[in-house]
Design a protein around this ligand. Sequence first.
Ligand SMILES: Cc1ncc(C[n+]2csc(CCOP(=O)(O)OP(=O)(O)O)c2C)c(N)n1
Ligand SMILES: [Mg+2]
Length: 391
Amino acid sequence: MAETKVKGASKASNSTKKSSAPKATPQGEAATDTVKQPDPVLPPVNSEAEQATGAPKATTPDQPQFPKETYLQWYEQMQLMRKFEEKAGQLYGQQKIKGFCHLYIGQEACVAGAVSALTKDDKWITAYRDHAHPLALGTSPNAIMAELYAKATGCSKGKGGSMHIFDKNVNFIGGHGIVGGQVPLGAGIAFAEKYNKTGNLCICYMGDGAVRQGALHEAFNMAMLWKLPVIFVVENNGYAMGTSVQRTSNVTELYTLGESYDMPSEPVNAMNVEDVHNAVARAAERARAGEGPTFLEFKTYRYKGHSMSDPAKYRTKEELEDYRSRDSIESVRHTILTHNMATEEELSAIDEKIKAQVLESVEFAETSPFPTADELYKDVYVQQDYPYIRD
Ligand SMILES: Cc1ncc(C[n+]2csc(CCOP(=O)(O)OP(=O)(O)O)c2C)c(N)n1
Ligand SMILES: [Mg+2]
């Protein structure tokens, strides 16, 4: 397995490697922290991207690290995530999709590399930027698109919307709108796996904004103390809404936060799907060996604004282009073609299949009914005889 930069607390009992005013939007969401003039606190333009996430330029290995099937799976999954979301973005513009909608475009490798490193029985939880995870885990694009349309056939019966995608069948436990709220939940899920001796783990994603939440620190402490089988992942895309990581805290190397709890922690170039796979595989091995949690800082970037209502004026075109030049899908495509794992025509056939899947999902969502009013009080409590249930 490839050797990567790993940092972490040396004292851990496990001895493995440690490795200007917000603008209100129609949705009431402060979308941008407008920075029109250079801010003395920020590094110079063009280096901010590098400092924000530190992701190096993608390189093509001389010899592929993984079998051809893995690269093709990554290509297909990441293309599905991207094409699905490009369509969702268009539909939002046409007001077919309403409410909040946060796109994952640019961050696809963060999910694809983890899917290939984990098993189907492992549990997944994330924040509101949550379309890509279930798509890669196998949830039908129809059910996700219908949820974005708030239709009864959606995976949350049209009652969750973009931020609350959920699919028990693929062990995807949401989709959470409260920043950092899913972190203690992820630890709790891992607690259940350990308690029930399943051998499964929980991978818990969060944004760079979430690492400043108190709940994260409580969860990290307990997870480490109890050696819970959990992989905490911070998707550091450089910004929480329009606020850059540098403007949030003195601690900008986010993985170092895990060290306060002696939690093995490491930075990962998450524009590179192979690096993501390797880091998650190492963390999974530790979790399954009973050695407890790992904290991975995925250095990544979102090409779109925070949400559909964010024009992203707080960053430069050059910064965006810099990251686009390291695009994970393009890198995988390049590896596939360079090493003759598939022809241009075969990749085009995958693209066509995805296009058809996405169009079918739109047709499905368009023709599905909205939930009926009596659905309002259903699915609130699991316990059927809970007082105050009105259905
Ligand atoms: C507790 C809480 N505070 C504030 C918000 C409003 N809010 C929504 S997203 C967001 C930024 C989070 O950014 P980050 O964690 O970096 O995730 P990203 O959007 O970059 O994926 C904020 C402050 C919220 N949803 N929950
Ligand atoms: Mg962020």
